[in-house]
Design a protein around this ligand. Structure first.
Ligand SMILES: O=P(O)(O)OC[C@H]1O[C@H](OP(=O)(O)OP(=O)(O)O)[C@H](O)[C@@H]1O
Ligand code: HPA
Length: 183
C-alpha cells in the first residue's frame, strides 16, 4: 500500500496517545455510570475497538450502519438505516463513536434519530474532524484530531473499501484515483 500514499497526516503513535487521552476523559466523565458506546459501521470499527480497550470502565457496545445517499463520495444528509441498534437506548447514557466528521450531515441525522429514542444522555466522540468541510454544526464532546479538508484514508477510513487497515491516517497519491479524486 506504501506506493499509493502521498503523505501521513496522523501517525500511529499520535493515534495511540490520543486514544489514551480520550479514554481517560471518558472514564472520568462517566464514572459510576453505565455507558453504551455506539459505533457507526464500518469506519468506526478501529476506533471503537481501540477506545473500548483503552477505557477502564465496563462499557457496553452496539453498532449502527447507515447509508448516506448522495452523488459519489459526498454525503447528502439523506440517510437510511442499514443496521439498527440491537439495544433500546431509552434512559441510557450513549456515546456515539465516529471515525470522521466531514460535512457533519451523517451525524446530524443520526443524532436527531437517536435523540428521538429518549436516551438519558447523548454525546459524540469523533476521532477525526474536518472543520473546513462542516455544513452543519455538530456538538462534539470528544475530538481526536482536527484535520485539513482533504480526502484521507487509514484507521478505518477507506477509498473504495481499501486502506481501512492502515494503522495511520494519510492522503493518497494522485494515480490511485485515476482522475476522479474525491473532495
Ligand atoms: O460528515 P459526513 O460528510 O456525513 O461524512 C462522515 C461519514 O462518512 C463516512 O462513512 P461512509 O458513508 O463513507 O461509510 P463507511 O463508514 O462504511 O466507510 C464516515 O464513517 C462517516 O460516517
Ligand atoms: O476523508 C474521508 N475519507 C474517507 N471516508 C470519508 N468519509 C467522509 N470523509 C472521508
Amino acid at each position: 500500500m506504501g506506493a499509493d500514499l502521498e503523505r501521513v497526516l496522523v501517525t500511529q503513535e499520535e493515534i495511540e496517545a490520543k486514544l489514551v487521552e480520550l479514554a481517560e476523559r471518558i472514564d472520568e466523565d462517566y464514572r459510576g455510570q453505565d455507558l453504551l458506546l455506539v459505533g457507526v459501521l464500518k469506519g468506526a470499527v478501529m476506533v471503537m475497538a481501540d477506545l473500548a480497550r483503552a477505557v477502564h470502565s465496563p462499557v457496553k457496545m452496539d453498532w449502527m450502519a447507515v447509508s448516506s445517499y448522495g452523488s459519489g463520495t459526498k454525503s447528502s444528509g439523506v440517510v437510511r438505516i442499514l443496521k439498527d441498534l440491537d439495544a433500546d437506548i431509552a434512559g441510557r447514557h450513549v456515546l456515539v463513536v465516529e471515525d470522521i466528521i466531514d460535512s457533519g450531515l451523517t451525524l446530524s441525522w443520526m443524532l436527531a434519530n437517536l435523540t428521538s429514542r429518549g436516551p438519558a444522555s447523548l454525546e459524540v466522540c469523533a476521532f477525526f474532524r474536518k472543520p473546513e468541510a462542516a455544513k452543519v454544526d455538530i456538538p462534539v464532546k470528544y475530538v481526536g484530531f482536527d484535520i485539513p479538508n482533504e480526502f484521507v484514508v487509514g484507521y478505518g477510513l477507506d477509498y473504495a473499501e481499501r486502506y481501512r487497515n492502515l494503522p495511520f491516517v494519510g492522503t493518497l497519491a494522485e494515480h490511485v484515483y485515476g482522475g476522479s479524486k474525491p473532495t
